[in-house]
Design a protein around this ligand. Structure first.
Ligand code: DWN
Length: 393
């Protein structure tokens, strides 16, 4: 399979490796390089980081950390119940149970390799397997729980390296009329918004619908509906059925989306070369903004120590010189340091009055944050973003 490299983002740390010290010994770095697969049109990292280095019992991210996501999962759970009336549901990557908890009255099973998170849902009486999703695990779950009406997976399939096995195992675990719902960041939106921070160790892939169609052909699954979501800066919710199930019609959202991707140039290497050039320009302009503010001796902090922001900070070499500290609502990140750039992270308790600028690490929650930080904005505080282009908001 021909792979073409189109962007080298340099050396990067493990994004989940929030450090206990700002002088770590032997911090792990890998080369973050993006590639385009000519045949399947898949876009992926060149070097995959071993899963156990990323997903372990110290996993920091909590899917319920934002009100936006809490609402999104509650609405989706209601929609699924109303539309499909499932008697069983499996979630791959159940995180802290923000979604699966709504299905406590049916056969609900979680899969979550990060033990600290799996323990949270086990305590909620949701049977949770603290294992990586594999064909073997699908058989193990099958022998105890049977096949499922719905399999749901948000922000997880893009993290699993062996896609062939992943989709085959999903097909294996679905009832003949079962539905698989995948939610992951959209490649089209990432290219359009120049959000190159969607690429980091965990995001082995950023999917287009074109690539998803191509790579799932072998697994016996086919896409029958697509919903475009605003979450995480632009995601796709992709509905799959078994190819053998002829009772579900393919919605025209599928062809519409494929055409949109084709018109943008998803199938064209040149699109990625142009993206790469724009990313280099974006870095230059973001650094200029930080340098200018620093010259004015103003205080800059970071807002939301996201995994995504690790790509921006390490690629642009924005460290403690520019950002005094990050504020984040996640309790397990507080008191630690950002991977690679070693910026302190403090527990969020409002933006202090001496802060002039806040770099939006969690730009994908801009609306929620702007609402919450009205006081900061009203007193002249400004946010810095790099999406879709570096600017002060
Ligand atoms: O796919 C993934 C996504 C869904 O979650 C994972 N690979 C890892 C993680 O990535 P991320 O860190 O880029 O995700 P978020 O959801 O954009 O992270 C938001 C961060 O910002 C959290 O640490 C919470 C924090 N936050 C905050 O401090 N104040 C968020 C909001 C909305 C706030 O008001």
């Amino acid at each position: 399979m021909k792979k073409i490299s189109f962007l080298n983002l340099g050396k990067h740390p493990i994004t989940n490796n929030f450090l206990k010290t700002n002088k770590p010994k032997n911090e792990f770095f890998y080369n973050l390089k993006l590639i385009y697969h000519k045949e399947t049109k898949l876009v992926s990292l060149d070097n995959f980081v071993p899963p156990k280095k990323m997903f372990n019992d110290k996993y920091a991210h909590r899917a319920s950390a934002s009100i936006t996501m809490q609402k999104a999962y509650r609405n989706l759970a209601n929609k699924i119940k109303k539309k499909f009336k499932p008697k069983s549901i499996l979630e791959i990557g159940s995180n802290d149970g923000v979604f699966i908890k709504y299905f406590s009255n049916i056969n609900n099973v979680g899969v979550e390799p990060c033990k600290n998170l799996a323990d949270l849902t086990s305590k909620m009486k949701i049977e949770t397997y603290d294992k990586f999703w594999t064909f073997r695990l699908s058989n193990k779950i099958l022998s105890k729980h049977g096949k499922f009406d719905i399999i749901y997976s948000a922000n997880t399939i893009s993290h699993i390296h062996n896609l062939n096995e992943t989709f085959k195992a999903i097909e294996n675990s679905l009832n003949s009329n079962g539905i698989f719902i995948l939610e992951d960041p959209s490649l089209l939106k990432s290219l359009q918004k120049l959000s190159y921070d969607q690429f980091y160790d965990e995001h082995a892939y950023v999917f287009s619908i074109t690539a998803l169609k191509n790579i799932t052909k072998q697994s016996g699954l086919e896409v029958f509906n697509i919903e475009e979501l605003k979450t995480h800066g632009g995601s796709n919710r992709v509905y799959f059925k078994k190819i053998s199930n002829k009772t579900i019609k393919i919605s025209n959202t599928v062809n519409k989306h494929l055409l949109k991707e084709k018109n943008f140039g998803i199938n064209n290497l040149q699109t990625y070369r142009i993206f790469a050039k724009k990313v280099l320009r974006s870095r230059k302009n973001l650094i200029k903004i930080f340098q200018k503010i620093k010259k004015e001796k103003k205080n800059i902090i970071g807002y939301g120590a996201t995994y995504k922001s690790s790509t921006v900070l390490n690629f642009c070499k924005i460290d403690k010189k520019f950002i005094k500290y990050f504020l984040d609502t996640t309790p397990t990140k507080a008191g630690k340091f950002t991977p690679g750039t070693h910026i302190p992270i403090k527990r969020y308790n409002g933006i202090p009055s001496n802060v002039d600028y806040a770099f939006l690490g969690a730009w994908n929650f801009k609306d929620e944050i702007f609402k919450k930080e009205k006081k900061f904005i009203d007193r002249g505080g400004r946010f810095i973003t790099h999406v879709p282009s570096p600017k002060i908001l």
